[in-house]
Structures are given as structure tokens and as C-alpha cells.
Design a protein around this ligand. Sequence first.
Ligand code: C5P
Length: 227
Amino acid sequence: LTPGDLAGVRVVVSAGGTREPIDPVRFLGNRSSGRQGAALAAEAAARGAEVTLVSANISGEVLAEVRHPSIRVVSVGTAAELSEAMTHESSLADVVVMAAAVADYRPAAVSERKLTKEGGGIPAIELVENEDIVAALASQRRSGQLVVGFAAETPEDASELLARARRKQHRKRVDLLIVNEVGWERGFESPENAVHILGPNGADAGSASGSKRAVAAAIWDAIARAR
Ligand code: C5P
């Protein structure tokens, strides 16, 4: 596709991973570096899109790699902050890409003071469920808006991977689902990635592998075809 094929398209990409505080010094988090989402923002900007990157705890180093005049960065920490930012930023967007790794649960209460071992015993952290942000965005999408979700899976085999992904796509009502096979050594923190792409209604829209930027290019090709 041509470099300017996203000219004027308004894109919102979430990337990184949320952190749910336990106390002033601890959190529940995940291993997402934000590199794939940042590459999606960079690729969209290079093709002419107006991009808002909603960054959940992405390092300054990764953000510096994707600096571009057409990318505006909005920083958030928790899933609740991410939800609020996405709802606000996506109201005028043509394409919403939810690449951030969102905590499914958060501590029911955040301790005002650091938990200590002093009273003895092992603390139990009660969890409550976070809202499914992409499902909410998809259910409120404005007409013509495309919503893209991600799924990081650790499947037993390839057929289970896609079956589970199709159920997820249907449940969340997203137009496209980018399926990422991850494991202890794969996906996270790595400069490379490999994905399967499910198009509208679970149709196979191909796969891509290589640098995260190359994978981003293939994902935007699939999004452009679906628009
Ligand atoms: O269900 P699962 O976490 O595998 O779904 C992944 C997709 O859903 C990603 O697009 C992620 O950004 C999104 N998600 C969300 N809100 C959550 C959990 C996941 O938007 N609470």
C-alpha cells in the first residue's frame, strides 16, 4: 500500500500495560513493553494519520523511538485511567486500536501506607474486576468507526489458538482481532513479533511476523482493507 493511504484518518492507539496499585510502592502489572502498540502509532503516522497514542506506563526510551509530529501522547497508569482516556480520545476517531495489556482485576482497596510484615501473617489481596474497555468502546462506537482488539494467548496448539480468538472477537464485538502467541520467551519485551489477523466476522485475514514495525505495517494493511 502507498505511504499516504491513511492521510487524514484519525487514529487512537492504546499501548503498554496498566499498573494497579496495592500500596504506595507496589502494583499488579504485566510484561507489556508497549513496543507493538508504539510501532502501530508510528506506522499510522508515517502513512499520514493523525494519531493519539494512549500510553500505559511505556518507557521513555520506547516513546522516544516513535516521536513524530502527528503523534500526540496521552499518559495513563491504571485501567480506570485508561478507560477514561480511551472513551474521551476515541469519540472522534475513525480507527481505535486497543493494544494495551489491561489488568483484568485490581485490588479492592489501595493501602494508604506501605504494607509491612510487622503484624505477622501473609496478607490476602482482595481483587475486583476491571471493566472490559475495548468491549465498551465497541458497543458505543460511532457509525463508520473501526475497533481493533488484541489477544495474547498461550495455547496448546494452533487450532485452539484461533478458536479461542474467534470466541474473544465475537464476545468483544471488535471488527478485527490481532492474535499474538506469547510465552515465557515469546512476544513480550522482544523486538520481534508474530501475529494472526482475524478480519470482520472472524474471517482469516492472514498472518505476519518480523520486526514489530513490519507487523504494524501488515496490521494497517488489514485495517485499510476492512474500512
Ligand atoms: O480478554 P483479553 O484480555 O485477552 O482481551 C484482550 C483485548 O481486550 C485487548 O485488546 C485489550 O486491550 C482488551 N482489554 C480491555 N479491557 C480489559 C481487558 C482487556 O480493553 N479489562
